[in-house]
Design a protein around this ligand. Sequence first.
Ligand SMILES: *[C@@H]1O[C@H](CO)[C@@H](O)[C@H](O)[C@H]1NC(C)=O
Length: 250
Amino acid sequence: MLSRHHWTGVIVLLTFATFASCAQVEDPCKTKSRVVADDKYCDKYWECDNGQSIQYDCPNGLVFAGKHRGVTEGCDYPWRSNYCEYPKVQTNPPIGTEHCDWLYGIFGHETSCTRYWTCWNGTATEQLCIGGLLYNENAHSCDWPENVDGCQKHPLCNEDPNGNVPLGKSCNRYWQCQGGYPRLQRCPAMLVFDRRSLRCVVPPTEDCDVPTTTPPPPEEENQDSRPNTHKSQRPTHGEYQDRQRQATRN
Ligand SMILES: *[C@@H]1O[C@H](CO)[C@@H](O)[C@H](O)[C@H]1NC(C)=O
């Protein structure tokens, strides 16, 4: 009996994937953007350069955000998104300059709650929160005073935490301290800020002549001529917002 063995050829394909020995997950040369994040360090990334994967650092203080994203070179402030979440860490140490903890970033002011620094390549630019807002270190932006915990109150208000303080040479605007926090205020039309009595008065004063504006409604004038303006109660929320609007218009 003739039996015939039929050999079925089984081809086993063993694929040996070759992985680069470095830390990255993907080869940037095999991606469309040709840039990939490092998988351990959020301030490093890999870019395909002439067919080779090269590791780069983000500018000091920034973390990788993705090609064409972030504030510069595909990198962004670490707090802006989930760019740098555990277990990923920033590995490059901070390079500080005057006012800047890192070469790039937004940082609190040393002596003021209403000011802060923006740093770009180590050059600091002073910024000002307007309308009675304070710099919030957690949000890295200006915020309502009630959201800014542990912020030192402004030295402007050291003498009297609820007093008025002249604003430069202005005849019209002044700082009103409320619990140590200064808010920008404006005297009603026809009144000027008197640097001696620290309130809005009928001009002229030593420094200010009669302003050339239209008269306000009489109630408003009466209200602000009260001798005790600087001891006024904290405004209600609506009133507060009105004042902020007034202040930011200046
Ligand atoms: C940053 O500043 C340094 C000198 O302080 C300069 O050499 C460098 O070119 C600057 N980099 C950028 C991106 O502007």
